[in-house]
Design a protein around this ligand. Structure first.
Ligand SMILES: NC(=O)c1ccc[n+]([C@@H]2O[C@H](COP(=O)([O-])OP(=O)(O)OC[C@H]3O[C@@H](n4cnc5c(N)ncnc54)[C@H](OP(=O)(O)O)[C@@H]3O)[C@@H](O)[C@H]2O)c1
Length: 275
């Protein structure tokens, strides 16, 4: 039995994975904001006879303080973790700042993943073949990091913020592998491709209709879940690997996985988190 932690596991790909892992006999911890959705997950687990293996931790992961609390709680509650799967996301057509003063997309889709990945490494290292699966968008050309304005005080658009967070996650993978490559934990970036999920967010009318079209054409969640499940069952040997729509892609192209930028972003993030 593996212990699998899934951020954003209340909807979409995260939810599909949570139910699939329960069916396989694993223990699953879902991290999510909505307490009602958490109760729904626990009720679904109960109906499947897996209530004792299902856990829900309510947390607003756009807040660094909440991510730190979750790290402490999970480290105290579970002797070891086998997999951390990062799926939480929230699209905002209008810029929003968290109570901690960070632009919310950068905070939820990058800072949270940074804190959970590094913060849970101690618990992951205690299991036999641990893995972090960062479900994002590797393999797609993206913009450079906005070193002077990562919080989009100027030039915000929901799509630009999402793409920027995507760059930051590719670099998080590179920097994580550079720091923890000697350990057991493997870092895997997964781009599931267009998938019919909840597309959690607050959309303006134009973006809403575009997202509805993508949702109609997207693949079923089960198809996106299968390659993630494979990686949990048999993590790749390399410290960092990436997959797009189930196919392995290279991680050596410096335009996509820039080692210098990755080290710079890790330092930048450490300074930000130390404030
Ligand atoms: N779907 C696609 O076509 C697609 C394509 C490429 C990549 N991806 C990536 O795949 C991953 C999963 O996407 P998805 O489409 O399956 O997601 P989704 O259906 O939109 O679900 C996102 C989840 O994130 C949670 N969440 C949002 N804000 C949160 C917060 N502040 N704190 C904690 N949880 C929060 C939501 O729960 P609450 O409502 O409770 O907050 C929801 O359960 C994402 O990383 C996404 O970028 C998806």
């Amino acid at each position: 039995m593996k212990t699998v932690v899934i951020s954003g596991g209340n909807d979409g790909i995260g939810r599909g994975l949570a139910l699939a892992r329960l069916a396989r006999g694993d223990q699953v911890v879902v991290l999510g904001r909505g307490a009602d959705k958490g109760r729904r997950f626990l009720a679904e687990a109960e109906a499947r006879g897996a209530r004792d293996r299902a856990h829900f931790v309510a947390a607003d992961l756009s807040l660094v303080s909440e991510n730190r609390r979750v790290v402490e709680e999970l480290t105290g509650s579970f002797p070891a973790l086998d997999a951390l799967v990062l799926c939480a996301r929230f699209f905002r057509s209008a810029r929003f700042e968290t109570a901690e003063g960070y632009e919310s997309t950068f905070a939820l889709e990058y800072l949270s993943r940074y804190v959970l990945s590094h913060g849970l490494t101690g618990a992951l290292e205690k299991s036999e073949s641990p893995v972090v699966v960062n479900v994002s968008g590797p393999g797609i050309p993206k913009p450079a990091i906005r070193w002077d304005d990562p919080h989009f005080r100027t030039g915000y658009s929901g799509i630009a913020a999402q793409r920027h967070a995507g760059t930051a996650n590719d670099l998080l993978g590179v920097a994580y592998a550079a720091r923890h490559g000697e350990g057991r934990t493997r870092y895997v970036l997964v781009n599931p491709g267009s998938t019919a999920t909840s597309f959690a967010g607050e959309y303006d009318p134009v973006t809403k209709s575009q997202v509805e079209a993508i949702r109609r054409m997207g693949k079923p969640v089960e198809q996106a879940v299968a390659p993630i499940a494979e990686v949990i069952d048999a993590p790749p040997a390399e410290p960092l690997s990436a997959f797009a729509e189930g196919r392995r892609i290279g991680v050596d192209d410096p335009r996509l996985f820039d080692r210098e930028a990755a080290a710079r972003l890790a330092e930048f993030t450490e300074r930000l988190l130390a404030r």
